[in-house]
Design a protein around this ligand. Structure first.
Ligand code: ADP
Length: 321
């Protein structure tokens, strides 16, 4: 990307390409209420240029509302938002011109072919006429839909449609892509395909903000994960450091009747360990630090790597998935 001098003004209409010095996204003290519900509650969030940030949290944490405010589909009640150097909502039109947005809902035109869907967006995003054909072919190739370009969208599989939705957001070569729960409801194989596509964007230096409630998605794709709960970011770091700080390397899972689970919990907690229910079992976090005596007392436990779900539970007491 060509380097430019830092711009000195953010007036509407100017193009403050200060991509090296300012974050691609900056949100400070952002609030959004719907009646009695506070969806976003004093959110501070920066996404550096070129990073992939995963916004991880359970349903209702405020992820989608956060995404909608970045595109000015929803207007914050308080706080400051800037996207690619533009104040939002004041200069949201300019910000949108360099952003790609992949919505949670599939809103493709099902009667049009894949290529036609892309052509509509290429025009909408003012890709110059002489570049449009190449832009569309490139987007089709990124989404591996070259072979299905002339298929009506209604005849594409769910996974292909999801890829088309992403391709559509890329047709104007955005510098920033927002993905709202990109793989929700998809089967594991399709999810893997989309993960490769998103990893490719990141490798190309595109800034990515992705909301998800899938732990694995955040762990695999994001440079940094911001964990959201009740409208706020409660922890933010690389997945590895979040694990180190809040959950350790290994968890030990103990199975058995409720009395045994209660016993394990009591023994581990008395020794200062964090525990959490995991379905029919109870997990003791930081099991790598269990002293041999306590380890023996707890009995047979199944060791597994710690996850960001453990981090979330350790921080909030709630679950993500
Ligand atoms: P997430 O994307 O993390 O699931 P949302 O941002 O969708 O969370 O929702 C956060 C909270 O705001 C929830 O309690 C939700 O019910 C509420 N909310 C979101 N959008 C609206 C709306 N348009 N009207 C009323 N309440 C809303």
């Amino acid at each position: 990307m060509p380097r430019s001098e830092p711009a000195t003004s953010t007036a509407i209409g100017q193009a403050p390409d200060r991509s090296d010095t300012i974050p691609a996204i900056s949100m400070q003290g952002v609030m959004k209420r719907y009646g009695e519900v506070t969806a976003v509650d004093g959110l501070d969030l920066d996404v550096p240029t070129g990073a992939c940030l995963g916004l991880l949290g359970p349903n209702g944490a405020g992820k989608s509302t956060t995404m909608r405010m970045l595109t000015a589909q929803s207007i914050a009640d308080a706080g400051r938002i800037s996207v690619l150097g533009y104040e939002v909502p004041r200069a949201s039109k300019q910000a949108r011109a360099s952003m790609g947005v992949v919505p949670q809902e599939d809103n493709l035109d099902i009667e049009l072919t894949a290529r036609q869907n892309l052509a509509v967006f290429a025009r909408l995003y003012r890709v110059p006429a002489r570049e449009r054909r190449a832009a569309i072919e490139r987007a089709l190739a990124v989404a591996q839909l070259d072979g299905r370009a002339d298929t009506a969208t209604q005849n594409l599989s769910g996974g292909m449609r999801r890829r088309l939705l992403i391709a559509r957001a890329l047709v104007h070569r955005p510098r920033l892509v927002l993905l709202d729960e990109p793989t929700v409801g998809l089967d594991p194989q399709v999810r893997q395909e989309l993960w490769s596509l998103i990893a490719g964007l990141r490798a190309d230096g595109v800034t990515v903000l992705m909301s998800t409630h899938y732990i694995e998605e955040a762990e695999r794709l994001a440079d940094d994960v911001a964990i959201m709960s009740r409208g706020r970011v409660i922890a933010r770091d690389t997945p590895t450091r979040l694990l180190d700080t809040h959950a350790g390397r290994t968890a030990a899972e103990y199975y058995g009747p409720p009395r045994r689970l209660a016993e394990v919990t009591a023994l581990a907690c008395a020794a200062g360990f964090t525990t959490r229910p995991t379905g029919p079992s109870v997990s003791v976090l930081r099991a790598e630090n269990l002293p041999p005596g306590l380890d023996e007392q707890l009995g047979v436990g199944v060791r597994r790597p710690a996850t960001l779900e453990d981090v979330f539970v350790a921080l909030t007491g709630d679950r993500i998935e």
